[in-house]
Write a protein that binds this ligand. Sequence first.
Ligand code: GLU
Length: 309
Amino acid sequence: MADLQAILDSIYTDILPRVGEGKVADYIPELAKIDPRQFGMTIVTVDGKVYRVGDADIAFSIQSISKVFMLTLALGKVGESLWKRVGREPSGSAFNSIVQLEHESGIPRNPFINAGAIAVTDVVMAGHAPREAIGELLRFVRYLADDESITIDDKVARSETQTGYRNVALANFMRAYRNLDHPVEHVLGVYFHQCALSMNCEQLARAGLFLAARGSNPMTGHSVVSPKRARRINALMLTCGHYDGSGDFAYHVGLPGKSGVGGGIFAVAPGIASIAVWSPGLNKVGNSQLGAVALEMLAARTGWSVFGD
Ligand code: GLU
């Protein structure tokens, strides 16, 4: 395999002059305070080697990347019947579009736009009090990463609870269409806490390693999902993981990935490695600007694109 540390170092050298580009997610007041001049990246290979560069050990708000973990839990609970509640098509619209939800009668396009993720959270809540559902997710992510120190940032969750008006609208809409079983405040309470999971690049890459390794984490030996399910989650990340920037990400990077407005991107090179990159400045569609640039460099320098080198 290529010298991955040398590749990461070369990416860092090329990115450094641009650090600070993009705009932090100021619609969540607590995230508006984050200094955009940060960049970190970690690669964990399926044979258990870890490579890191820059601010890879600083914890950040993983936001929508949490939707991958919630989706994994929901599929584990209800299997394929999940797809009665949410679709599997790219949205081509903003992550918080209300127009599309009305047009499609309360069935969100995919599990990674906000409406879809809120429906997935509702599925995971079945039989649980909201607090228990949050606990289940936190335990799951700690188990995946094999790291008990992972926490949820209550300040970020509170900040979004106070200002997440669009998500309140989306959730009410779905409740009106009977696509939410639990009270809107309860579902959003869980959703805002899942988004407020705080992890660094290394924890995130470790937590998602099972998706690069046919459903099992080779570092811990934990079997998480079947190879088929891992493949399908990767397919959804490739087609829907970057909102209305998904096509562009596939074009430039060519790896399944999921972004979050905290500036993180998690990506998978199937059979090879999982990757987490973080830089808080976002582009127009709400994806980490330099994170995407760094992943494009990585794909070009390693030949890891799923479409060939
Ligand atoms: N908590 C954020 C929201 O619902 C997640 C969006 C994202 O990370 O893309 O607006």
